[in-house]
Design a protein around this ligand. Sequence first.
Ligand code: ADP
Ligand code: MG
Length: 715
Amino acid sequence: MGDFLNTDIKFLKGVGERRAKTLAAELDIRTFRDLLYYFPFRHVDRSRFYKIAELNPDMPLVQIVGRFISFQIEGEGAKRRLHGVFSDGSRLMECVWFSKVDALKDAYRTGVDYVIFGKPVLYRSIYSISHPEVSQYDPNKPALGFMGVYNISEKMRKGGYASRLFPALIKNITANPRFNNIPSVLPVEVRDRYRLMPLKEALVQMHSPENPDLLAKARERMKFEELFYLQLHILRFSRERGRKIQGLIFPVIGKYFNDYFFNCIPFELTGAQKRVLKEIRADMRTGRQMNRLLQGDVGSGKTMVGFMSMLMAIDNGFQAAMMAPTEILATQHYETISKWGSMIGLRVELLTGSVRAKKRREIDEGLRSGAIHILIGTHALIEDNVVFGNLGLVVIDEQHRFGVAQRAKMWKKGAVPPHVLVMTATPIPRTLAMTVYGDLDVSVIDELPPGRKPIETLLRYDENRMEVNRLIARELAAGRQIYIVYPLIQENEKLELKSVEEGQERIRNLFPEVEVCCVHGRMKPEEKDFQMEKFVSGKARILVATTVIEVGVNVPNASVMVIENAERFGLSQLHQLRGRVGRGSDKSYCILMTKYKTGADTKKRLSIMTETTDGFLISEADMKLRGPGDMEGTQQSGLAFELKVASLTSDGQILNIAREAAEKVLNAHPELVAGEVSPYDKTGEKIMLSPGSLNVVRRELHFRFSREVDWSLIS
Ligand code: ADP
Ligand code: MG
């Protein structure tokens, strides 16, 4: 019966070959199951009509009954648009369309009762809805009730897809008699124990709920399902590790550490850095493998902590490696760390994809013989042909680019796996991080190095350009460097290129006396590095770039970060970008540029940036604003998994229950952990599963995570 859910989506009534292609390409929906699990990101109340007088700018989508009073076409060319004045009998509002202007003007009539539906925006004290859904009002038709609103891509929208298509398509699945026999996903023992709604009912309610209560129950069940399997996966992994994986023991703090600490370190460590180093030291002498997540806001000094941890390994006769997500970042770490290392006679090497054969042979030899103390690099480090003599510690920078599987791969690099320190600037609340990562311990650097001048964040509109240019000129005159960042435009790479190139042109004309360099996503890596190097060395004073500079680049002399089209960035991204300045002792500025005409929502969002520099607050606000349906949001939260329904910030309670359930199941069924019987089977409370349920669990784990973790790597 599982076959029903695996049916190719093109066979669904209302889809067909062409739509199926689009669904696959844009939303990764290929089967009935994919579609059923493509949940609305919110629901709208279409059980009632609103009056214009009741509207407020915070409202989601609403429906209003009334008539169009007049239509008018305004603007020329690309700016051509249709305005309609709409009245509900007592007040007026506006509707605007930017495409199909002529067709719509002919299609809609004045003096006819319509229902308009959309998001009201307050602009110059009149409400307007752009591209409302318009349908004829029929007082005899039953109300629509609660309806799902689905995320669809811009491409799909242009191709005529609308959110309202989804409930109908989903009904075509749920109305099929075979839907009644879909296999269960949660073991029935677990479902009953936690009184969760059955899957079939939950799926139906998720898309077209009968009422808010049933929707809440359905959401609870789907969140539980998602978190239960996530927890099961993580726990299984950490139990496996706890049982099998011994750690190297580093008993001494020796000559390298002490020499560096007492004679070479260029600054006093902050209290938080010292505390974290103690935690790491304690971990590495226990005989268990360290797997520690080090969280610290941008600029909090994680690199130094990583470096000094490596000294602990080296003092005990081991080698250390540091892995970074990009070549630019790896190179920068290499420069910093080889400088620090050379003071105490360490050999540090850089290994990236672009290292030539001769140099590569040298590195290979140095690694095997142990002559190289520290190896820095990109993904290239995890290739099987990189062989260390005795690797003791791996430091991974900016964790969210590396999944569990990649970490596991590093473990294979020694007879006893090395300790692992994962550093990230992505702030997730501490308790949450522990529960979600499960297999990682967490350290936090919650203090910035002293003497930093706060960064002044300014929100500026296009018409303030003169003022912004004056500020840039002033900073240039004082010898500082400037970042100017444009958004990545994935749907339209040409447009992206155009905006960066035009920006660069404009800047060159404005500041002809300084060198301007440029980095964007479509460049070859060598060209990128070449350009980046100009900025890092200080030769170029202005860097125009897309977000490739987001992670980790350190140029303390840079004092201004201008972010163009700031509204196109997520808050966490803006925070990361802002962290590129304020690294020296001079006052720094982050300028968020937007068009004057941004909505109230955007303004509210961006003003969070001007109000706080606390990464935790910003990431929480970001997650709340983006909602759980946003994939980028979950990526940014640092998870290697995509959460579809559950939210890290608001579902802590369900997360705890799901974790407890997963623990109890594992206690009863140690065979779910790969390999021999684990010592955990004697401890803790258990939930016994029937053989059928066990199969359900195995199948789901495989289905959900087999692409993520290759178990053979750690057994
Ligand atoms: P991040 O945590 O974002 O990776 P970095 O490690 O790049 O931060 O550190 C940011 C800057 O702060 C670097 O120039 C670094 O040398 C400096 N720094 C780190 N720790 C201290 C400290 N305790 N006192 C003064 N400066 C420090
Ligand atoms: Mg860093």
